[in-house]
Design a protein around this ligand. Structure first.
Ligand code: FMN
Length: 196
């Protein structure tokens, strides 16, 4: 695997037609000078970028934002972007302001090739935290609830919980609670006699 295939996880903020801000976790790749986003259709982020031609990539270590977006908590503080129409997350360690350069279209997962218009660092990287990585992995499991077997999800959550117990701070604990709560809600609904 070469470095262009390495995927990073970020929070992407885009603008709705009415100017409202849409906030979602999204993977991205660096390919030369470009930043490549690959949203699965249907996607509000895709619609917003195709219409607006801009997006902000927010690099965050507050994993509550990842967990929050997956569990209906979308309202995170933002600030005006510097060089493009749009907003960045106020809590981002760094952000990149992107302009859409071209689209490699695909019926399932188009590739949005974006160029960096402006990049800014707001706070230092504090080091690798296993609980943050565990929350991100749990978010991935929670985003695939209909696709993975319950046993597999439960055993992976049990393993990830070790990193939470050993290395989490209050933010990671809160994020973990949101994601595990979402997973438990799903299984309750799926159980015989389960109801909304
Ligand atoms: C860590 C993480 C990475 C994700 N990366 C992607 C991605 O690369 N493409 C995608 O379509 N969805 C990805 N998702 C799922 C989206 O965040 C989720 O489906 C969201 O609702 C998409 O919103 P949209 O309608 O604006 O596309 C990711 C989720 C997480 C937690």
């Amino acid at each position: 695997m070469n470095s262009a295939q390495r995927i990073f996880e970020a929070i992407v903020t885009t603008r709705h037609a009415d100017g409202g801000i849409h906030t979602v976790p999204l993977g991205f790749r660096h390919e030369g000078d470009a930043v490549v986003l690959s949203p699965f259709r249907p996607s509000t982020t895709l619609d917003n970028i195709l219409r607006d031609r801009h997006a902000v990539l927010n690099l965050v270590d507050d994993v509550r934002i990842f967990a929050g977006c997956l569990t209906g908590r979308h309202d995170w503080p933002t600030e005006e972007a510097r060089d493009i129409p749009g907003r960045r997350l106020a809590g981002a360690l760094a952000h990149m302001e992107l302009r859409l350069d071209r689209v490699e279209d695909d019926p399932v997962r188009p590739r949005l090739i974006c160029l960096q218009v402006h990049a800014e660092t707001h706070a230092p990287f504090r080091g690798f935290n296993r609980a943050q990585a565990a929350v991100i992995e749990a978010c991935i499991l929670a985003s695939r609830l209909g696709l993975l077997a319950e046993d597999k999800i439960r055993s992976e959550i049990a393993y990830l919980a070790f990193a939470i117990v050993k290395t989490a701070g209050p933010e990671e604990l809160e994020a973990w609670g949101w994601v595990v709560g979402r997973i438990e809600d799903h299984f309750r609904l799926m159980a015989p006699g389960g109801s909304a």
